[in-house]
Design a protein around this ligand. Structure first.
Ligand code: GTP
Ligand code: MG
Length: 196
């Protein structure tokens, strides 16, 4: 897979406006500010494919990136941003769980969490929904450059241990968009999903 060939194709305001449910899709999800857009840019070696921001809640739309005619990457809006109205939060959660359950072409979910604050309630909900839908999950512990190597390894082991409670196919990796930690592992995993 040539991740560098990723091209922005469309922004969808909701799940019903996504491209036809065929081919293979992998989605990136996580709390606002977890580093989803940065990870997509790192993966695709494109500085500004997905818009990043210091302000949480930057990505409001579902952004779709084509890798080729049949393979897509999806940048989902972040959750858990305090300033979003309660009704909107509930609406988005419902849409997200529906997407995970109904989307046939979705073959894997990357759940990004800041390595300094992993496994918040909403993160756990999301992983549980995915496991319920028999979707393989990678928990990507982002901003790994913020921790010293020893602390980083310890956190990965702790999250890996805790993840056994999800009961499904859940892997845990450290990742950094700043220094490339975990990029080869992420690419390898994505390739197994995109080329079954
Ligand atoms: P929303 O679209 O709001 O949900 O956020 P997002 O998850 O797409 O986060 P984004 O990629 O925009 O990054 C948020 C902030 O974290 C930015 O200030 C990034 O520069 C920073 N950041 C992202 N990845 C890393 C990383 O690997 N290391 C460090 N140190 N900072 C990072
Ligand atoms: Mg974003």
């Amino acid at each position: 897979i040539h991740f560098q060939k990723a091209k922005f194709t469309t922004s969808a305001p909701d799940i019903t406006k996504l491209p036809a449910d065929s081919g293979i899709e992998v989605a990136f999800a996580g709390r606002s500010n977890a580093g989803k857009s940065s990870a997509l840019n790192t993966l695709t070696r494109q500085k500004s494919l997905a818009r990043t921001s210091k302000t949480p809640g930057r990505t409001q739309l579902i952004n779709v990136f084509d890798l080729d005619e049949t393979r897509r990457l999806i940048d989902l809006p972040g959750y858990g941003y305090a300033k979003v109205p309660e009704a909107m939060k509930r609406k988005w959660q419902a849409a997200l769980s529906e997407y995970l359950q109904e989307r046939e072409c979705l073959k894997g979910l990357i759940v990004l969490m800041d390595i300094r604050h992993p496994l918040k309630d909403l993160d756990q909900d999301l992983v549980f929904w995915a496991v319920d839908s028999n979707l393989p999950v990678v928990i990507l512990l982002t901003k790994a450059d913020k921790l010293k190597p020893g602390q980083r390894k310890k956190t990965v082991l702790e999250v890996r241990q805790a993840s056994k409670n999800f009961g499904g196919n859940v892997e845990v990796m450290a990742f950094s968009s700043h220094n490339g930690i975990g990029l080869p592992e992420l690419e390898k995993k994505l390739t197994t999903w995109y080329c079954p």
